[in-house]
Design a protein around this ligand. Structure first.
Ligand code: PDD
Length: 277
């Protein structure tokens, strides 16, 4: 495939980055994953806004305007044949000549990288999850590539034959290792409120907007870990998963082990939004 690196479009296997890159040495970098449908990045503005917030939070300036980002990313998609894709975008604090924890001196250039990969088809058959203590840092609202805790948590899920880890901190559910979480109880949709413990998911936000638009009662609130087993439905959402139903948590069936009716409605509403945009 063709990728973008520091202003150039080139084959992915010819793209090289220095071992002194701060993304490599310190995970001093932020990223985005953007779904592309029929060659068009979905909810691009929301992703670019979150990228801007992540850069702000790690005290980096945005190297491009929204218009320039849009141009680079849509060009990259068409160079790769368009269609349905997952766009990956990462910005690091560059490759200064020495390994030093503090920021490099002014004039240091960031490393800007983007690539595409296959977009997995949405899993409507249902996911299995396990619950785990959230061992991540205190700024999970930043979409940082420092994902070691997420990697270990997801691997524990995989080791236990599950698709995702549902995380909790002080008895409250935060999110999945790489997804946002929703529960449905008595036709009411709930998701944890935004704070430093969760990523402001772009899909999460779209789901909340669709609930509002179609009159599905919804709230952002504290969700106790005990509420999961009593929920009528549990969903995990992300740019690559879309809205995926959870049918088993810690070995116990959710919604009798089947995707639920509210999930079915939400999936149709989301498909409609994808078609319209
Ligand atoms: N992950 N929470 C975490 C910790 C995530 O890593 C992700 C997405 C989400 C969902 O956010 P969004 O709806 O904006 O994709 C929530 C991406 C897909 C990844 O790391 O591959």
């Amino acid at each position: 495939s063709i990728c973008y690196l520091n202003g150039r479009m080139l084959p992915l296997d010819q793209a090289h980055i220095s071992p002194l890159d701060r993304g490599f040495l310190f995970a001093d970098s932020v990223y985005e994953v953007i779904p592309v449908y029929a060659g068009k990045p979905f909810l691009l503005e929301a992703h670019l806004q979150r990228l801007h917030s992540s850069l702000d939070a790690i005290r980096m300036s945005n190297p491009h305007s929204y218009a320039d980002w849009e141009d680079i990313l849509t060009r990259l998609c068409s160079l790769n044949g368009g269609g349905d894709l997952a766009l990956y975008l990462q910005i690091t604090r560059g490759s200064p000549v020495q390994r030093r924890h503090e920021f490099p001196a002014d004039g240091n250039q960031p490393t800007i990288f983007a690539m595409v990969s296959e977009l997995p088809s949405p899993t409507n058959h249902g996911l299995k999850a396990i619950t785990l203590e959230d061992t991540r840092w205190a700024r999970c609202d930043i979409k940082s590539t420092a994902l070691l805790a997420n990697v270990l948590l997801r691997q524990s899920a995989t080791d236990n034959g599950a698709d995702e880890a549902i995380l909790h901190r002080n008895g409250l559910v935060t999110e999945g290792a790489a997804s946002s979480l929703f529960i449905v109880k008595d036709r009411h949709l709930s998701t944890p409120q935004l704070n430093h413990d969760v990523l402001p998911g772009v899909t999460r936000n779209a789901i909340l907007a669709l609930a509002e638009q179609y009159g599905l009662p919804h709230s952002c609130r504290e969700i106790h870990i005990d509420e999961l087993s009593n929920a009528d439905e549990v969903w995990l959402t992300s740019s690559t998963k879309e809205v995926a139903p959870v049918i088993e948590i810690d070995g116990h069936p959710i919604c009798e082990g089947r995707p639920g009716p509210i999930h079915e409605s939400m999936r149709l509403w989301l498909d409609k939004l994808k078609e319209e945009s």
